[in-house]
Design a protein around this ligand. Structure first.
Ligand code: ATP
Ligand code: MG
Length: 420
């Protein structure tokens, strides 16, 4: 061990487990790449104001969880706590919305940072894969995103997740509801913090997990009863499209989610094997966000799925992904001349696209064969002086133990044939 450890609330991804993380990222990205979403990458930090405005001054993310700092040059920056605000900022800055080709569909994958109380499934550094469809108001787009996330999770073999769905209304009906909810909440017996929340972000109170709050919420006005006709019709279409696609969901009127910018469709993917960190991903429509960060009106919808929690969900369901061994062939030289010759064969195999590794460090045969077996390789190439004198190397099937000499100049072909 060195003097240093990973910072509190973080962990390192190490082989072989790291392969699962890569596979999860790929599984989530796959359906997006296949559906017109282009890859976007933005910086790990942004002007702190982007998040203050774009995520919302009243959210936990901005008030408690953000890593904000001042640079030597005096800029106020923050490590990104989420992806949507950055992606929209980048799309606006590059005028992607101006080509007349809306929606702009983008996907991303990367690290996010939140100063949270670390626990299983809740870290200070975590990864998300996300998708945003910018500049179109169309229930089919909301449905598309939910269907693609569902497809990604199913492709991983996950079954015990549920999709919670709600509508948060729009600029017309939400304010009316907000006021009614505030009236109701102000009549309750709440602590000071929660009272402040009633003033700034009353919908979040519905999301409060504490029992003494939940108990008092019976009889609270529900947004469903306040949705305007347009929002109702929109939501009904999203529901119908999901049903037609065979994607099961649950209506959850209390689902409000943490971010201020959501309008209309809101959803969360929860997994029942994860304890209190049950949300594996979430998203929704954010029709007002572009204007909040100084852009034109661009109704949009998106989601972000947490890679860390998706990996935990796989563990909870006992799913081991079928990840092909990184190495197919392992070369074991016996002696200096064999090292030179086999190293050449390894390079040739790699150039031919065969995943190959080599026993470095002058290991003895026994140790080298142990490494070969540990690498997961199906074949070993073994050569000593006598083999070289005959112009051959031994091709050993590590499963059956069977060994056949192959001509040195035919190694690539013979290996390919043996691998099938
Ligand atoms: P929670 O309610 O659990 O705090 P959230 O609403 O803050 O989640 P989002 O902002 O919607 O989460 O982020 C989308 C996904 O990113 C989450 O569903 C989760 O999988 C993941 N995520 C968010 N925060 C963390 C974290 N601190 N550690 C690990 N994963 C996280
Ligand atoms: Mg959170």
């Amino acid at each position: 061990m060195s003097t240093f450890q990973a910072p509190k609330g973080t962990y390192d991804l190490l082989p072989p487990d790291s392969a699962t993380y890569l596979a999860v990222r790929e599984a989530i990205a796959g359906p997006l790449k296949n559906s017109g979403y282009g890859y976007i990458e933005t910086p790990g930090f942004e002007n702190v104001e982007l998040f203050a405005r774009g995520v919302g001054e009243s959210t936990d993310i901005v008030t408690k969880e953000m890593y904000a700092f001042e640079t030597k040059g005096g800029d106020r920056l923050a490590l990104r706590p989420e992806g949507t605000a950055s992606v929209l900022r980048a799309a606006l800055e590059a005028n992607l919305h101006k080509g007349g080709n809306l929606p702009v569909k983008l996907w991303y994958s990367g690290s996010y940072y939140r100063y949270e109380r670390p626990q299983k499934g809740r870290y200070r550094h975590f990864s998300q894969v996300g998708a945003e469809a910018i500049g179109a108001e169309d229930p089919a787009l909301d449905a598309e995103l939910i269907i693609l996330a569902d497809q990604a999770y199913r492709s991983l073999g996950l079954r015990n997740f549920r999709i919670l769905l709600n509508s948060l209304g729009d600029q017309e009906c939400r304010p009316v509801y907000r006021a009614a909810l505030q009236d109701f909440l102000r009549g309750l017996d709440l602590d000071d913090d929660t009272r402040r929340r009633v003033d700034i972000n009353p919908l979040r109170v519905l999301d409060d997990k504490r029992e003494y709050v939940q108990k008092q919420l019976t009889g609270a006005p529900m947004l469903r009863d306040y949705l305007c006709e347009a929002c109702k019709a929109y939501h009904e279409q999203v529901r119908e499209l999901l049903t037609a696609a065979g994607v099961a969901f649950e209506d959850d009127e209390k689902l409000v989610r943490g971010l201020d910018y959501y309008t209309r469709t809101t959803f969360e993917f929860v997994h029942d094997g994860l304890g209190s960190q049950s949300a594996v991903g979430g998203g929704g429509r954010y029709d007002g966000l572009s204007e909040m960060i100084g852009g034109p009106a661009l109704p949009s919808v998106g989601w972000a799925l947490g890679v860390d929690r998706t990996v935990l969900a796989l563990e909870a369901e006992g799913i081991a992904l079928d990840i092909p061994a990184a190495t197919s062939v392992y070369a074991v030289p016996l002696g200096d001349e064999a090292r030179r010759v086999l190293f050449g064969a390894v390079t040739e195999l790699r150039r031919a696209g065969v995943a190959t590794d080599f026993a470095y460090g002058g290991k003895g045969l026994k140790n080298a064969m142990k490494s070969a077996n540990r690498s997961g390789a199906r074949l070993a190439l073994v050569a000593g002086e006598r083999d070289l004198a005959e112009g051959v190397v031994q091709l050993k099937d590590l499963t059956s133990g069977e060994q056949t000499p192959v001509a040195l100049d035919a190694v690539v072909d013979e290996v390919r044939r043996a691998l099938g």
